[in-house]
Design a protein around this ligand. Structure first.
Ligand code: SDX
Length: 380
C-alpha cells in the first residue's frame, strides 16, 4: 500500500498513474518513441499493421510474423451479421463520433464471450474491433450519402481497404501511404485522456468493448481528438493568408484557444506534427490545396512569436487536418480517423492493464460543510 500524495493536483497534471512499455514521450525535447523506436523512423519506414504488432508485442515482427498478423487482421475486416442493418438504422444526421461510439458498444453483443478478460481473449477482441471499425465508419458515411456499403477487400492493407470501402474505388499508392502515415502517427501516445479512460474502465475488470467505447467518448472532446475538426473549421474561416495575422491575434486577445496548438506534455513541437507537416505540404501541392498549407504555416509562425515562449507549439492535430482534407475526407470524419488508429493504443493499454491490474480509485478532497442539521421541508 503506497502513501498517496496529500495534495490535490487538478487534472492529475504531472501525476504518473500507470506504467507502459508502448510509448515514451519527452515533452521538453519533443520526442515520441513506440517501444523505443522514434516516431519519425516508423512514419518513414513502417506500416500501420507493423506498428500495431510492435505496440502489442513490444518488438518488430519477422516477415513471417507480419504476414500472419496481417492475415488475422484482414480476417476481421468484415462486420458481424446484422451490424450493417444497425448502421443503416442510425439517423443520417448523426455525428460520426456518436455513431462510432454506439456501434463499437454494439459489437459486444456479437461476441460470444464479451466479458472474457484473459490476455489472449483481449487480443482477439482487439483484432475484431481494430479490424472492423473501418467498415463501420465507411458504411455509415456511404449510408448518409444514400449509397450502398462496399464490402471489405481482404487483398488490401488496412489503409487501402478503408479508403476503398469509403470511396468505392481503390486508392492511389500516394493516398494509401499518406493515410497509413496518419494511422502510424496517431496509434499511441502515453496516458492521454482517452487512453487513461480505457485503463480506468478495464481496471474494474469490465470488458474491452466498454473500455474502447468509453475511450471514444473521451476522444470526441475538442480539447483532445476533436481538435483536428476545429483546426479545419479555423482554416476554412480564414479567407486568405493575409488575414491570418488579424484572425490569430484577435483570438488570442479574446483568450480563445487556437485548435491544434498546445499540449499537456509537449512544450516543444510535437514530433508527429513535424511528420504530418511534411505530408500535408506534399499532399496540398499534389491536390491544389496549397492555400491550406500556407495559412497553416502562417498561423504556426505567429503562434511561435506570440506564445512559443509558453511552450505552445503545434500538436498532432494541427497538420492532420490539412492531410485528411487533401486525402478527401469530410471534416466530421477527421476525429473518427483518429479513433480508428488509436484503437491500437487503447487496446494495447487495456492488455497492459489486465496484465498487472489494480483498480483505479483516487480520492476526492471533500471541501464542503460538516455537521449540517437536517432542515424539515416546512422550515426551508
Ligand atoms: C491531443 O494528451 C495527449 O497526448 C493528447 C494527444 C494524443 O495523442 O492523445 O496528443 C492528442 O489531444 C492533442 C491536443 C489537441 N487539443 C487541442 O489542440 C486543443 C487546443 N489545445 C488546448 O486546449 C491545450 O493546449 C490542451 C488542452 C491541449 C493542453 O492544455 P493544458 O495543459 O491544460 O494547458 P492550459 O489549459 O493550462 O494552458 C496553459 C496556458 C494558458 O494560458 P494562461 O492562462 O497560463 O495565460 O497556455 C494557454 C492557456 O490559455 N494555451 C493556449 C492554447 N493551449 C494552451 N493558448 C492558445 N491556444 C492554445 N491552443
Amino acid at each position: 500500500m503506497t502513501t498517496a500524495p496529500a495534495t490535490f493536483v487538478k487534472g492529475l497534471e504531472g501525476i504518473i498513474a500507470a506504467q507502459t512499455e508502448m510509448s515514451y514521450i519527452d515533452g521538453v525535447q519533443g520526442v515520441l518513441e513506440y517501444v523505443g523506436i522514434a516516431i519519425g523512423d516508423l512514419a518513414k519506414h513502417s506500416t500501420f499493421e507493423e506498428t500495431v504488432f510492435l505496440l502489442w508485442n513490444k518488438r518488430l515482427p519477422t516477415k513471417g510474423e507480419l504476414e500472419s498478423f496481417t492475415k488475422q487482421l484482414r480476417a476481421n475486416y468484415a462486420l458481424p451479421e446484422g451490424m450493417i442493418e444497425r448502421v443503416r438504422s442510425v439517423p443520417t444526421s448523426a455525428e460520426p463520433m456518436h455513431m462510432l461510439r454506439t456501434m463499437v458498444s454494439a459489437l459486444s453483443m456479437h461476441d460470444a464471450s464479451p466479458n472474457e478478460n484473459s490476455v489472449e481473449a483481449a487480443r482477439v477482441k482487439a483484432l475484431k474491433i481494430l479490424g472492423c471499425t473501418p467498415a463501420i465508419v465507411a458504411a455509415f458515411d456511404r449510408h448518409r450519402r444514400g449509397l450502398e456499403p462496399v464490402a471489405p477487400d481482404t487483398s488490401l492493407g488496412f489503409s487501402a481497404n478503408f479508403l476503398y470501402m469509403l470511396n468505392g474505388e481503390k486508392p492511389t499508392e500516394a493516398m494509401t501511404r499518406a493515410f497509413d502515415i496518419c494511422m502510424i502517427t496517431h496509434a499511441d501516445h502515453g496516458l492521454n485522456n482517452s487512453t487513461f479512460t480505457a485503463r480506468v474502465v478495464i481496471s474494474t475488470l469490465s470488458d474491452m468493448y466498454s473500455a474502447i467505447t468509453a475511450a471514444i467518448g473521451s476522444l470526441r472532446g475538442p480539447l483532445h481528438g476533436g481538435a483536428n475538426e476545429g483546426v479545419m473549421k479555423m482554416l476554412n474561416e480564414i479567407p486568405s493568408v493575409d488575414a491570418v495575422e488579424q484572425y490569430v491575434m484577435d483570438k488570442l486577445a479574446r483568450k480563445e484557444r487556437i485548435m491544434g496548438f498546445g499540449h499537456r506534455v509537449y512544450k516543444a513541437k510535437d514530433p508527429r506534427a513535424a511528420e504530418l507537416m511534411t505530408l500535408a505540404e506534399q499532399l496540398a501541392r499534389d491536390t491544389g490545396n496549397m492555400d491550406l498549407y500556407t495559412k497553416s504555416k502562417a498561423i504556426e509562425k505567429i503562434m511561435e512569436r506570440e506564445v512559443g515562449s509558453k511552450g505552445i507549439y503545434p500538436n498532432v492535430d494541427f497538420y492532420s487536418a490539412t492531410t485528411y482534407h487533401c486525402i478527401g475526407l469530410k471534416l466530421d470524419l477527421f476525429t473518427p480517423m483518429f479513433a480508428l488508429s488509436r484503437i491500437a493504443g487503447w487496446s494495447g493499454h487495456v492488455i497492459e492493464q489486465l496484465g498487472d491490474n489494480r483498480l483505479f480509485r483516487p480520492k476526492a478532497e471533500y471541501v464542503g460543510p460538516h455537521n449540517v442539521a437536517y432542515t424539515p421541508m416546512d422550515n426551508r
